[in-house]
Ligand binder design. Structure first.
Ligand code: PAF
Length: 288
């Protein structure tokens, strides 16, 4: 409706983004939003599709957020195929894509410090200090700009999803967070922008991570937590190229460690694995 000749709006500034969103809202359109760091894969495109099905006006952002990277090399190597991304979004009839510069988002350093308690102390939070604070800062900024009714996040980043739900609750932001299932390649590998950095040999063995996780979710009904963890380490241990950074079994609500599987309590097995230089994360829900 705001697309001249049905073209997607491509914005670079906060001001023009806000103006377009304001016009959409003034027409009574419902608004969905998919924040991304680009290098869009099928997982992202599913989020856009879902947002398109559930909202009248859908925006997406592409911003490689420097303050959520605790590793300079990872930030430098993060893929940025911007023309390709724009084409994919146009094909899905996304209504607006916001592609700000670092200066636009951070004219001066943002010093906000959030406290998410245990949620930020375990797994990704423990191994990537400052990461979730950086995610929370940018998501809050993006929500303030786009003011979406709904925002869509993949369950592959399960801990990020928990942090964002906590952020929205803490700040009483009027946005519904919509969790979306992990999208996988045919062989089970979770879709990720980082997959494109795997060598052919690494790509071939990468599905082992999800295979082992699936076994873990089955084994949980007959074995204890230690046995299940040992199994996972043994399976990945067969591949010298794989280095497990963590493998945790946690309560699905607060991500506290699970010591015993219980029927009434869902848990989640989460892992981060270095395959060569590429860090992959994945998870599986354990529901006895
Ligand atoms: O999941 C991501 O791609 C990023 O962490 C997000 C949510 C876009 C914030 O930069």
């Amino acid at each position: 409706m705001f697309n001249i000749l049905n073209k997607m709006n491509i914005t670079k500034t906060i001001k023009e983004t806000k103006e377009i969103i304001k016009r959409a809202k003034s027409k009574g359109l419902s608004t969905g939003f998919v924040p991304t760091m680009g290098a869009l894969h099928k997982g992202h495109l599913e989020l856009i599709r879902k947002a398109k099905n559930e909202n009248d006006f859908v925006s997406c952002s592409i911003f490689v957020n420097p303050i959520q990277f605790n590793n300079k090399e990872d930030l430098k190597k993060y893929p940025r195929p911007i023309e390709d991304d724009i084409k994919k979004l146009e094909e899905l009839a996304c209504d607006l894509v916001f592609i700000p510069s670092v200066e636009e988002m951070y004219p001066e350093p943002d010093t906000t410090i959030y406290n998410f308690g245990n949620l930020e102390k375990v797994m990704e939070g423990k191994h990537r200090p400052g990461h979730f604070n950086g995610v929370a800062v940018v998501v809050k900024k993006l929500f303030d700009i786009v003011e979406p009714g709904r925002s869509y996040f993949g369950e592959k980043d399960f801990q990020q999803l928990a942090i964002i739900k906590a952020l929205v609750k803490k700040l009483k932001m009027p946005v519904e967070i919509v969790p979306c299932p992990t999208i996988r390649e045919k062989d089970g590998l979770a879709m990720s922008s980082r997959n494109r950095r795997l060598t052919a040999d690494e790509r071939e063995i990468a599905p082992v991570i999800y295979m082992a996780l699936k076994d873990v979710s089955k084994l949980a009904s007959g074995k204890n937590v230690k046995e299940v963890k040992d199994y996972y380490f043994q399976q990945l241990g067969k591949y010298p190229q794989m280095k497990i950074e963590y493998f945790e079994i946690s309560n699905i609500e607060d991500l506290s460690p699970v010591e015993k599987f219980e029927k009434e309590k869902k848990s989640i097995a989460c892992t981060a694995v270095f395959l060569g230089k590429v860090r992959l994360i994945d998870n599986v829900i354990i529901n006895l």
